[in-house]
Design a protein around this ligand. Structure first.
Ligand code: F6P
Length: 337
């Protein structure tokens, strides 16, 4: 059997561990041939591909980014949904010309959607859930998330020193466009006083009053963790507004730190390396069994799989009754509402 692997969408820690997990298991355990496709789905279209062997898969377990390169898949997906059948034929033709028996697609929500479309066009595909945002439907966790939470938590820990020394309010913006998983997990682990999630929205007066109340009880500094996706009514980001608003309304000097791509870069945590390795290995098991059109997932703490059509187009969001939110509220942490 000859399988192709590609990574698509934003990079994240653990992609290389996944490529290694898929590739080495395929070669060593199943005797399959493995082809690496470069630059995401556009690499498939352009036949930009080269064989992967045990040597090229060595030494990459702890590397950030992706040795295969990546790209956003929107244009490619448009070809698959085009009314002109010739567009999608170009893709299926590329798959067959590369002699693939299956294509393993590592990526986030958009990638799973595209992979499902490939399945609907009759190609054998398997999806692997990658994103620091942890927002892919159908899996309890995605690889990359744990590393991002570690990075964000360390940043919050470090910001505590300046916050307390200078008696400041520190706003920390973490990634998470529509889902606040990183903000929730890093905020709780970093001992934040206020945690703001896109799913819940916020009331600025609740945030201000939490900070004033802390001052009244002798705590002159506060840490506010905010997901990048928290928006104002006009859809602009809330971070800049809140920085000015907190300072104006509480009189406390306020600073903002935007962590940005730092959260996506560098070496994966041991947890993510092992998760990626296991998910990758399971992808090859599905291929060997001929179970295509599925995304590998974690269900009830175990590696499992789910049909791609159940995943495509959905998001896994934080719900207001999440255990960590309830526990945070019991301890006086504000969620801004
Ligand atoms: O990987 C997910 C994510 O980090 C989001 O949280 C963020 O909004 C987005 O990717 C930004 O990625 P890019 O700038 O590469 O499109």
């Amino acid at each position: 059997m000859r399988i192709g692997i590609l990574s698509s969408g934003g990079d994240c820690p653990g992609i290389n561990a996944t490529i290694r997990g898929v590739g080495k298991t395929a070669i060593v355990h199943y005797g399959m041939e493995v082809i690496g496709i470069h630059g995401g789905f556009s690499g498939l279209l352009n036949r930009d591909a080269a064989p992967l062997d045990e040597d090229s898969l060595s030494g990459i377990l702890n590397l950030g980014g992706t040795i295969l390169g990546t790209s956003r898949e929107k244009g490619f997906r448009e070809l698959l949904t085009s009314v002109n059948q010739e567009d999608s034929c170009r893709i299926t033709q590329a798959y067959h010309e590369l002699g693939l028996d299956c294509l393993v697609c590592i990526g986030g929500n958009g990638t799973q959607k595209t992979t499902n479309l490939l399945a609907q066009h009759g190609l054998n595909v398997i999806g692997l859930p990658k994103t620091i945002d942890n927002d892919i439907w159908g899996t309890e966790i995605t690889f990359g998330f744990d590393t991002a939470v570690n990075i964000a938590t360390e940043a919050i820990d470090r910001l505590h020193s300046t916050a307390s020394s200078h008696k400041r309010a520190m706003l920390v913006e973490v990634m998470g466009h529509r889902a606040g998983w990183i903000a929730l997990y890093a905020g709780m682990a970093g001992g934040a006083d206020v945690i703001l999630l896109p799913e819940l929205g916020f009331n600025a007066e609740v945030v201000n009053e939490t900070i004033r109340e802390r001052v009244r009880s002798g705590k002159h500094h506060s840490i506010v963790v905010i997901a990048e996706g928290v928006r104002m009514p006009d859809k602009s980001k809330a971070t800049d507004y809140l920085m000015q608003e907190i300072e104006a309304s509480t009189g406390i000097e306020t600073r903002a730190t935007v962590l940005g791509y730092i959260q996506r870069g560098g070496t994966p945590s041991p947890f993510d390396r092992n998760l990626a390795t296991q998910l990758g290995g399971y992808a090859t098991e599905l291929i060997a069994r001929g179970e295509f059109g599925r995304m590998v997932c974690v269900k009830n703490g175990c590696v499992d799989s789910i049909p791609l059509e159940e995943v495509a187009g959905k998001l896994k969001l934080v719900t207001p009754d999440h255990d960590l939110i309830l526990q945070g509220k019991h301890m006086g942490i504000s969620f801004g509402i």
